[in-house]
Design a protein around this ligand. Structure first.
Ligand SMILES: Cc1ncc(C[n+]2csc(CCOP(=O)(O)OP(=O)(O)O)c2C)c(N)n1
Ligand SMILES: [Mg+2]
Length: 756
């Protein structure tokens, strides 16, 4: 784009200029000779009546006035956010044409849409709610001061975050779940013809996450599933300072199979009719819709954006001349839908109402303590979790499920491994929680790469256990969307290394939902991740990833790592009950190398096999954070804190230590790594006088060793403190793994050193 070569810089306050353009027009325009009745269409054949058009105009004006107020509040140091909706106000049409039981995931410029949507619910106060959000007031009904978001529980608008496109996969997931509810008798709370609205910008459409969502929607529909979603692309032709190539959106989306493209542009009644057609078709046919709404962007990307650094004066003025409010005012007057005086009254009245509200909102309370901020990040009620875990599992139903061969009665080697016991536990959990869903790559028909999910699809049906397309972002999107409407998803990530390319779905979205909605929305789920290293003769890094730092970094995420079959079953019970009772996102990282391990010390000793722990219905059956696994509790020479593969390796090393030195190590299996309950370790550390952390993860920020050592160091722990960790590298292929992975010899050496 040409910059301002030669011409004077645009230094005027562009807000005032745009406002004046509208005011001047309304002050000077003459009314049409013939006025329309309230129910008359703006144009023969249009579905937009004069009354509705005036309502839309009012919603658009309210949205615009909020943008002005945001800048004024910011200028006077009373608010914190100035990304506006100015120029995008035709999105109000979609707000009016969809229902408040059509869930909506919104772009940050969908302010007018929000106003129009709120009109459908008497008693709504969308203007004041927005002002409270701008001022980060704890009175804001959705985020309670945690962020400026579009969100509302009664209006079915879950809060969106500021990472563009991140909300698209869960919108697809929710659209998928509407129909899945009918196939599984799960009560979604939505009518059967509900659809999902999901808005975003033209530049955001290029994002990998958006592409994943469009692809997933089309793929799911190709497979014969209904996928009622309206992708609303609010195309202003630019993303911050980079223009979208002319025609790009049409070219990309107007000719895709399984995507019903509609262009909405022109006058308000033309845009209305186009949007109405797209929305009605989507509602009737359940084919994903791409609604391409032409907009403009006034006043830069945000209040802080100096538009003149990348747009010429002429370009800025041309955009302003295309102000949709001015165009709509002219159109309503010319068509006889309103007189200039009527519109001027709407403009003046709305601006005054918004500015008065702004003064009031700025005075409202803010979050003041850390406790208030984090209150809804990670709700946890252990008693409720334990109580939930005991409900709903009938012995007769189990007998029928397992055909008289209860897993706890099985004594064969094959049925006493961790893999088999996870499989049995998942069967029990699917019986206990009828709203569970399981999905991922190769887990349904094949039963998983390691056979862990075998039989579940056959037993519980393809509606509840199904293979997805090959995309982790979509897997986690489906989980979130389904969880929004009452399912309890248990997605699988095939290998730990694969979670990293979809991590934003956990970090940016799933784990932040209760935080930004003040606990009003939740997306409980248990993500099973197959991972960690030590697979014999298989792998390389991508199948032996041994870093869980990225998961530990996510606020509110819970993470467990079982080391044995019985623990794995009880951890899964704790995980599912926690997700259900507290709405939490829980990851269970399953050590692949232990799935089929039988032995502990020597070939054929079968000491790593366990009997399946029958679900007892007792409160202490589920394993929860702080429930440590303690091996050799009488040992007092040394405490080894570990988890996962480290437990087995440490037990082997401890036996050699005692044979060689007579010293005994107490091995404690943390089982849960987030939250990391170091407090529960303290009595053991005090009893043993020495602490060695055995952490199989890569050394720097890969595991929990640094956190545990820091915990004791900060508390002036009297005894020696050490850790043994894997090398700080990717894991190589073949036998070279032994060069980098923490091994038994190293653990034994560390034990001896700390005892010396
Ligand atoms: C994942 C991510 N990358 C980058 C950004 C920074 N960013 C915020 S808005 C934006 C431009 C979006 O443009 P568009 O989608 O066209 O929406 P518009 O603002 O024009 O309505 C960018 C790059 C972000 N928020 N999230
Ligand atoms: Mg844009």
């Amino acid at each position: 784009m040409a910059k301002n070569a030669g011409s004077a810089p645009v230094t005027t306050n562009r807000v005032a200029v745009v406002e004046r353009n509208l005011d001047d027009y309304l002050d000077s325009a003459a009314p049409a000779a013939n006025l329309l009745g309230p129910d008359e269409a703006l144009r023969p054949g249009s579905g937009l009546s004069a009354r509705k058009a005036r309502e839309l105009f009012e919603d658009m004006i309210a949205s615009r006035a909020l943008d002005v107020a945001a800048r004024e509040l910011k200028r006077t140091g009373r608010s914190f956010y100035t990304i506006g909706s100015a120029g995008h106000e035709f999105n109000a049409i979609v707000g009016a044409l969809t229902r408040i039981d059509d869930p909506a995931f919104l772009h940050y410029r969908s302010g007018a849409l929000m106003q129009a949507r709120a009109r459908q619910l008497a008693g709504s106060t969308p203007v004041f709610d927005t002002l409270l959000s701008l001022c980060a007031s704890s009175d804001d009904p959705i985020a309670r001061g945690r962020h400026k978001v579009w969100g509302s529980k009664p209006l079915w608008v879950p809060p969106q975050t500021s990472t563009i496109a991140s909300h698209l996969p869960k919108a697809v997931g929710l659209a998928f779940a509407i129909a899945r509810g009918r196939r599984t008798a799960v009560e979604t709370g939505l009518p059967k013809d509900a659809l999902v609205v999901c808005s975003f910008g033209d530049a955001s459409a290029n994002h990998a996450t958006a592409q994943a969502a469009f692809n997933a929607a089309r793929y799911v529909h190709k497979r014969g599933n209904p996928l009622p979603i309206v992708f609303l692309c609010e195309d202003n032709g630019i993303g911050i300072s980079v223009d979208t190539p002319r025609g790009w959106i049409e070219e990309c989306y107007s000719n895709q199979t399984h995507l019903d493209y509609t262009l909405a542009q022109g006058s308000i009644d033309e845009a209305w009719d186009a949007c109405a057609g797209a929305i009605e078709r989507c509602r009737a046919t359940r084919v994903p819709a791409f609604l391409h709404l032409k907009t403009t962007r006034l006043w830069g990307h945000a209040g802080s954006d100096v538009e003149t650094t990348y747009r010429s004066n002429e370009e800025i003025e041309a955009v302003e001349a295309g102000d949709p409010l001015l165009a709509t005012a002219k159109h309503l007057v010319a068509s006889g839908a309103a007189t200039p005086a009527q519109l001027a009254a709407i403009v003046r009245g709305t601006r005054a109402r918004v500015m008065a509200g702004a003064e009031e909102a700025a005075r409202r309370p803010k979050l003041e303590t850390r406790e208030e901020v984090v209150e809804t990040l990670a709700p946890y009620d252990e008693a409720a979790v334990r109580a939930r875990s005991t409900r709903g599992l009938r012995p007769e139903a189990r007998a029928e499920l397992f055909g008289g061969q209860l897993p706890e009665q099985q004594r064969s080697v094959a049925r006493r491994t961790m893999g088999a016991q996870i499989n049995a536990a998942l069967h029990d959990l699917f019986l206990q929680y009828p709203h569970t869903l399981m999905f991922g790559e190769d887990l349904a028909k094949k039963g998983g790469v390691y056979g862990v999910t075998q039989g579940l699809q056959k037993r519980f049906g393809i509606a509840r256990v199904f293979d997805t397309l090959l995309d982790e972002t979509t897997i986690l999107g489906i989980a979130q969307g389904a969880a929004h409407v009452g399912f309890l998803p248990i997605p699988e990530i095939q290998y730990l290394a694969y979670i990293h390319n979809a991590l934003d779905q956990l970090r940016g979205e799933a784990c932040s939902l209760q935080f930004f909605s003040s606990g009003q929305y939740r997306n409980p789920m248990v993500v099973r991740i197959q991972g960690l290293a030590y697979q014999k003769g298989f792998g390389g890094h991508f199948h032996n990833d041994n870093s869980l730092g990225a998961l530990r970094d996510i606020p509110g995420l819970m993470l467990a790592v079982p080391s044995r079959g019985d623990d794995a079953a009880r951890i899964l019970r704790g995980a599912v009950a926690t997700a259900e009772a507290c709405g939490r996102v829980v990851c269970v990282l399953e050590p692949i190398a232990l799935y089929h391990e039988k032995d502990l010390h020597s070939d054929g000793d079968n000491l790593w096999l366990r009997d399946y722990p029958a679900p007892t219905g007792e409160l202490d059956d589920p394993l929860l954070p702080g429930d440590l696994g303690v091996h050799d509790p009488e040992a007092r020479d040394l405490l080894v804190v570990t988890y996962g593969n480290g437990v087995r390796l440490s037990l082997r090393a401890a036996r050699r230590l005692s044979e060689q030195t007579g010293k005994r190590a107490r091995i404690v299996d943390m089982r849960w790594l987030a939250p990391l309950r170091c407090d529960a370790l303290e009595p053991h550390a005090a009893a043993c006088g020495r602490v060695l952390v055995v952490d199989e993860a890569r050394a720097t920020a890969g595991g929990v060793a640094d956190a545990i050592v820091a915990h004791f160091a900060e508390r002036d722990y009297a005894g020696p403190l050490r850790s043994a960790r894997s090398a700080d590298t990717y894991v190589p292929l073949g036998n070279a793994t032994a060069c980098v992975l923490l091994g038994e010899e190293e653990i034994l050496a560390a034990m001896k050193e700390i005892l010396a």
